[in-house]
Ligand binder design. Structure first.
Ligand code: IPD
Length: 268
């Protein structure tokens, strides 16, 4: 009935690629900032909205009984128990400035739109500018452009290249700046790539050793989180909590444990 991991994975990838084609076509003429959200830095372009509409139309055509949660238009409940969680452009600020790290993120989850309760069944992160596509299916594995992925073996925290990101409000950034100031001396270096979905896939891919961020949104993390865990990585929060919008840590298991311990000391 199309709900097996393979069919859902295929549909995630078809949707993400179709959305990516639209973003690519509009790259040179996105029209700038169309609106702002939580702060003046939290921007939306016309393309974000167009792509979310495209995704919602295609999901409604392919799977009319499923729910959809999207960055721009919120949640529409379904009746099937499955919910599509979509970010039309993760890394909108990069897209706005022509920096090539932005992606379409499409996932399908069971158990509703709350990351603390959902099970991600399949996901695809399609990096539009570079054309790289990461996919994962629950219990099936994770791939980059068809190549199976395994996280790089854990290195000590002091030798780890760590990705992170920041929210858009002054209150978020004030908290995050204090954390990053205390983490930076403890690691090899820190990267702020500007797309949480890509950060997670880079951990799965062994190009970042680890990643942490506070204040993510469900659509930033849904697809990428499955790519991490299906590549053998750990997704977690602090204090034994699962990964959530409050705190997401991703790394090979032993490094995730070390990073969690360091963050707990910094945040306590
Ligand atoms: C943002 C990006 C960024 C992260 C922010 C997200 P958006 O998503 O993923 O890397 O640091 O927390 O909100 O707004 O570009 O979809």
């Amino acid at each position: 009935d199309g709900t097996d991991a393979q069919s859902l994975m295929t549909l995630c990838e078809e949707l993400a690629r179709a959305a990516g084609d639209h973003v690519r076509a509009r790259t040179g003429d996105h029209g700038g900032v169309a609106a702002t959200k939580s702060s003046v830095n939290d921007v939306v372009t016309a393309v974000d909205t167009e792509v979310e509409t495209l995704l919602r139309e295609r999901i409604a055509a392919a799977r009319p009984d499923d729910g959809v949660l999207g960055e721009e238009d919120g949640v529409v409940a379904g009746t099937s128990g499955l919910t599509w969680v979509v970010d039309p452009i993760d890394g909108t600020v990069n897209f706005l400035y022509g920096i090539p790290s932005y992606a379409v993120s499409v996932a399908v989850v069971a158990g509703g739109a709350d990351p603390l309760r959902w099970t991600v069944l399949a996901g695809c992160v399609h990096a539009v500018a570079g054309g790289t596509t990461w996919t994962a299916g629950l219990g099936r594995g994770a791939w980059r452009d068809g190549e199976p992925l395994t996280v790089r073996p854990a290195v000590p925290l002091g030798q780890a290249l760590v990705g992170t990101g920041f929210g858009y409000t002054v209150a978020q950034r004030t908290r995050e700046a204090a954390v990053v100031a205390r983490m930076l001396p403890q690691v090899r270096d820190i990267r702020r790539i500007g797309s949480a979905a890509i950060d997670l896939c880079l951990v799965a891919d062994g190009r970042l050793d680890a990643y942490y961020e506070t204040g993510l949104n469900p659509w930033d993390m849904a697809a990428g989180s499955l790519v991490v865990t299906e590549a053998g990585g750990t997704m977690t929060g602090l204090g034994g909590a699962p990964a959530s919008p409050a705190m997401t840590v991703a790394a090979a298991p032993a490094l995730a444990a070390e990073l969690v311990a360091a963050l707990e000391l910094v945040i306590a």
